[in-house]
Design a protein around this ligand. Structure first.
Ligand code: TMP
Ligand code: ASP
Length: 255
């Protein structure tokens, strides 16, 4: 953290939460939070620990650009604005403790679980849920588990899947136009107060979308441009994040 950011942080309220890659701080308006992106990287539920130089700044920029793009296309998100190199102001949400995974191409845990080669095309996208719980290592969960355990209702899940489909439908062609295949990614959703309907709440997209939470493969060479370079010790980790950031910046200048 540099001096300017430290000074900025002194004006902030208490740290509300510290996760593996981000910290959340209170701000004056208690309906908002400041999300601070760290360079820390973990894999395999924190078993592998490290740091990716510049990741906080790169993921803050990458995620801000993607959330802005989604907002422009009508997706409701927690994002308000980028306020510093590693900081963004967001609406405070009550996170639904589910990780929603969307897969367009077989990779990672799905390839392993079903003995299918990584890179095998799927005839249609696959949607998975995991229970967001570090102590349990984010175990896989199905819709019935989520409803029976009171994490979400059937109506909430229907909405979450429809948002996940819409986001995949927007991001897959967008990334392809930048020469990137969106292999799979993870989304999180949260509840916020509904400004249009007093006293009620609505579900919005929350957390981040970045090379930490997506698999990105170069469309021509197949090179991995995401956190798998860290998970699998493939080297050139920073370069991969930088490449994604550069392509998104070129896309936003072109818009
Ligand atoms: P997986 O193949 O390991 O199940 O990962 C699927 C996608 O979800 C991949 O794009 C990486 C992302 N992901 C996260 O964002 N957080 C996690 O904790 C895990 C395990 C995966
Ligand atoms: N979020 C997982 C962890 O904490 C890592 C992953 O992305 O694979 O360690």
């Amino acid at each position: 953290m540099n001096r300017e950011e430290m000074n900025q942080q002194e004006k902030l309220g208490e740290m509300l939460y510290e996760g593996k890659a981000k910290q959340l701080f209170a701000v004056e308006d208690d309906r908002q939070v400041l999300m601070h992106y760290k360079d820390d990287a973990t894999a395999f539920n924190g078993e592998k620990k490290g740091s990716i130089s510049g990741k906080g700044e790169m993921n803050n920029s990458i995620s801000a650009m993607i959330f802005q793009l989604l907002e422009r296309r009508g997706v409701k998100t927690h994002f308000i604005e980028k306020t510093g190199p590693r900081d963004q102001l967001c609406r405070k949400t009550r996170i639904i403790p589910l990780e929603v995974i969307i897969r367009n191409v077989t990779a990672g845990s799905m390839a392993k679980r079903f003995g299918v080669a990584e890179g095998t095309e799927l005839s249609e996208p696959v949607y998975e849920l995991t229970y967001k719980n570090d102590d349990l290592g984010d175990p896989p969960m199905n819709d019935y588990h989520a409803v029976a355990l009171g994490l979400a209702s059937w109506e909430d899940l229907e909405l979450i899947y429809s948002y996940a489909k819409q986001i995949n439908g927007l991001l897959t062609p967008f990334f392809l136009a930048q020469g990137i295949r969106l292999i799979d990614f993870k989304l999180e959703f949260g509840w916020v107060a509904d400004s249009e309907e007093p006293l009620s709440e609505k579900i919005v997209l929350a957390d981040e979308i970045s090379p930490d939470t997506c698999r990105f493969w170069d469309a021509v060479t197949g090179e991995k441009l995401d956190k798998d370079r860290f998970r699998r010790d493939l080297g050139k980790v920073e370069d991969a994040y930088h490449e994604i950031l550069g392509r998104l910046e070129r896309a936003s200048y072109a818009e």
